[in-house]
Structure formats: C-alpha cells, structure tokens
Design a protein around this ligand. Structure first.
Ligand code: UD1
Ligand code: CA
Length: 456
C-alpha cells in the first residue's frame, strides 16, 4: 500500500519550560521526533513531511533519514492549518497518515491496522484513557458510526462526558484530504483551523469514517510536560525490558535497565541491575553483564563476563573474556577470545590477542598486543608526546612486570620478559629479560622529618 506521512511538530511546547523545541527533547537518548520518524520508516512510508515552526532550523539539523521533507508553519493556526502547509510537499500516494511529533511510542503495528482501514475511508485512532479531559471527543450516532470530533473547549457538558477521545493520529485518502483542507473554518472556541473538522466533511461527502481503538492507551500518550516525558521514558524502559524477558534474557530487575538504542541478545544472556545500553549493543549467547555497567556501541562475544561498574564504548570483545570490575574499554578496542581486563584498566584503540591479560591498574592505548601476553599492574603505554599519538607493539608471549612504562613508538619482541619498574624506550629483541639497571641503597640511621610538638 502506497502512503506518505505528515508529522505535526510545529507546536511551541510551552509547558516544557525549555529553549529546546519540544520534539527535540530526548526519549531514550533520541529526540522524540526521531522515534516518530523511525516508526514511519519501519512502515515504509514513501515520503515523510515534517511540519515545523518554532526552532525549525534546529529541527532540520537534529533529524535525518531517507525521504524526509520539511514544511514551515508560521504562525501556528491549528492542526488543520499545519497539514495545509504540507500540501505542496505531498506525493501522489493514495493515503496520508498524520502523526504527531510529540507522540513517540505509537506502534508500527497499530498504524498498519489504521492504514488498512483507511483504504475504505477515513481512519482515526481513538483511545479511552482514564481521564479524557482536554482531548477532542469522538461523536458517534445511534448506529455507533463516527459522525464528528468535538474539542473539549467547544464541547457541551454532555459531550464532555464521552470517554472515547481522538488521539490525533489519522489516515486519510490523499485526494479527499486535498479537497477538505481548504474548506476548514476557524469559527471555534480557539479560533484555530482544526484538522478534526475533516471528519464532519467526510460524513457530509458520505465517505465512511472508521474509529480504530488503540489496543493500549499508553502508546498514544503525548508529551506536553517534563512529567509526561519522564513517564514515557519509564514506559519505553518497560517495553524494552518486557521484550528482552520474552526473548529469554534474564533481568535481575526489569525496572532497573535502560536501553537507549538497540540491544540484541543471544540465548541465556543475564543482565544485572542498573545497566545502561546506548547505541547499538550486541550480546552473544551466555554473556553476563554485572550491576552498574554502561555499554555503548559494543559487540560482546559468547560467554564473556562483564563484572560490575564497567564502562565500555565503541569496542569489540571476543568470546570467553572477563572484563572488570571497574574496567574502561574505549573506542577502537578489539579484544580477541579469553582476554582478561581487570579493575582500573583502561584500553583504547588497541588490539589485544587471545588469552592476554591486564588484570590491574594499567593503561593500554594505541597498542597491538599479541597472544598470551601478561601486562603487570601499574603498566602504561606512553602513547602521546603532547602532539602525536604513537603505537606500542607487544608481541606474543611477552611478560611485562609491574609499573612499566612503554614509551611509544616501541616494540617488545616475542617471548621477552620486562622487569618491574622498567622504562622501555627502545625496541627489544625476542626473549630474555629487559630492565633498566638501577641501584638500591640503604641509609642506616636516616631520620624522617618530625612534626614540631603541639603547644599546649
Ligand atoms: C489535538 C486534537 C484533539 C486531540 C489531541 C490529542 C485538533 C483540533 N485537536 O488537540 O482532538 O484529542 O490533539 O493530543 O486537532 N500542531 C502544529 N501546529 C499547530 C497546532 C498543533 O504543528 O498549529 C502540532 C503540535 O506540535 C502537536 C499536535 O499538532 O504535535 C497537536 O497539537 P496540540 O496543541 O497538542 O493538540 P490540540 O490541538 O490541543
Ligand atoms: Ca497535545
């Protein structure tokens, strides 16, 4: 079915009390509007027209994607007027779906259902919330057919008792929409051009109007305030947690996981409390993530254990690794299988070979580390001379003692042992022991400075 989408996003969002246009406020780490655009893409809309007003330039810059076009609505004279601004951008697609930029969690399945029905006339998505105050009410005749929508401010006392409301989301035949929009008048309590008035025009033209109830009232919730934004954030979190549980992931507490991007999990993955996932994260079979970890754009191989309090960003981690607690893995890190990275170890832009270990207090940056290498506590790569970054190469089976400085560019050849406290500033041959000769002295009778006794 060919259709296009118009996203209404020109409202000021006064109640957010913010400089940022409302539709750019983040939900799960992405602008509200980006969620709506993603849903439109999921449905394969042939064009997506965003009607913006206030903060238009910012809106254009913040979102991107295929088939996106923009229309400016200035001043904002109502939802009908907003769709009018999109008219010049509309394609010949037979159906037009109207979405709101501040209603981010509407499901693609729900909209598919609406579009199917719209083949027969005008389809409007309705809901029955706990409290219908403020919404437009759905008017139905004795035969339960939809006859119109009346806004709260224009409604009679009897109409205000109606509990079925207009979510604002609707799908219409494009050709009819083009005929009806110029007929809208603003003789109402708010002096606005109401998109909802097309319903009465459809009834007049004997075009069927079909009200489709949203399966769950939550998905049609809009954001008008930060309180509502926080509620939707929680809802989003719950949806993600439910999805993961259903897919077979163990969550210690489904109320304490944040997924702010995409999280793909294999079988028997376990995630402890307060883990935050950002960007695209992949956890293979049997991965466990300890409490209080932040994982952003990482792929983790089967059976790997991430201990508590780790921060992983832009890395690829192999199978059977053990990371943390308190490890920091930064962009460009690639760890092969069975690598151990322990507490207070930072790894950046480095390849670490199979079976290698850095268990305590180390910095490995811009390095190529071979297989079965041991990096002792307190060892650092000195990769930065203040201007340039240089690489350190540590070949297979090297054993580096504690508190070693590797001054890059430098290469430690295979099988070498580097003694504790060594500064390696020259390439070393394979095997043997590398050390800086130094002397240890003892000064008998040497006195430590003493504090003067306190005056009483
Ligand atoms: C509208 C509906 C109402 C429905 C409610 C659901 C009309 C006349 N009323 O109410 O029946 O119950 O949504 O929330 O359509 N917008 C523009 N330009 C404008 C006005 C609004 O782009 O000139 C956008 C807003 O950014 C928002 C959406 O349209 O995304 C709805 O606007 P809002 O003012 O929240 O809704 P109401 O008009 O009160
Ligand atoms: Ca609203």
């Amino acid at each position: 079915m060919r259709f296009q989408v118009v996203i209404l996003a020109a409202g000021k969002g006064k109640r957010m009390n913010s400089e940022l246009p409302k539709v750019l406020h983040p939900l799960a780490g992405r602008p509200l509007l980006a969620h709506v655009i993603a849903t439109a893409h999921e449905l394969a809309a042939e064009r997506i027209c965003i009607v913006h007003g206030h903060g238009g330039e910012q809106v254009r810059k913040a979102v991107s994607g295929d088939n996106l076009v923009f229309a400016l609505q200035e001043p904002q004279l109502g939802t009908g007027h907003a769709v009018q601004q999109a008219l010049p951008q509309l394609t010949a697609a037979p159906l037009t779906l109207v979405l709101y930029g501040d209603v981010p969690l509407v499901r693609a399945d729900t909209l598919r259902g609406l579009l199917e029905v719209a083949g027969k006339g005008v389809a409007i998505l309705t809901a029955v919330p706990e409290d219908p105050a403020g919404y437009g009410r759905i008017l139905r005749n004795k035969a339960k057919r939809v006859t119109g929508i009346v806004e709260q401010k224009d409604a009679t006392a009897a109409q205000r008792k109606i509990r079925e409301i207009n979510t604002g989301i609707m799908a219409l035949p494009t050709a009819k929409l083009k005929q009806w929009l110029p007929k809208l008048r603003n003789k109402n309590a708010q002096g606005e051009y109401y998109l909802t008035d097309v319903v009465a025009l459809a009834v007049k033209d004997r075009i069927p109007v079909i009200g489709v109830k949203a399966a769950d009232a939550d998905e049609t919730e809009g954001v008008n305030s930060r309180v509502q934004l926080a509620q939707l954030e929680r809802l989003y979190r719950q949806r993600q947690a439910t999805r993961l549980l259903e897919a077979g992931v163990t969550l210690t507490d489904p109320a304490r996981i944040d997924v702010r991007g995409t999280l793909a999990c294999g079988r028997d993955v376990a995630i402890d409390v307060n883990a935050v996932f950002e960007g695209a994260v992949e956890l293979a079979d049997g991965v466990s993530v300890g409490a209080h970890c932040v994982l952003k754009d990482v792929a983790i191989g089967p059976g790997t254990r991430i201990e508590p309090f780790c921060h992983l960003d832009g890395a690829r981690i192999g199978a059977g690794c053990r990371i943390g607690p308190y490890a920091r893995i930064r962009p460009g890190a690639t760890l092969a299988a069975d690598v151990h990275i322990g507490n207070f170890v930072e790894v950046k832009a480095s390849d670490i070979g199979e079976g290698s270990k850095a268990n305590h207090l180390a910095y490995v940056g811009d390095s190529t580390v071979g297989r079965n290498v041991n990096i002792g506590a307190g060892t650092i790569t000195c990769n930065y001379d203040g201007v340039n970054k240089h690489r350190t190469v540590i070949e297979d089976d090297v054993h580096i003692g504690s508190d070693v400085q590797l001054v890059a560019p430098v290469r430690v050849a295979r099988g070498a042992t580097v003694g504790a406290g060594t500064t390696v500033w020259k390439d070393t041959p394979p095997g043997g022991l590398v050390l800086n000769p130094k002397d240890q002295q003892h000064r008998a009778g040497w006195q430590r400075p003493r504090k003067a006794p306190k005056k009483t």
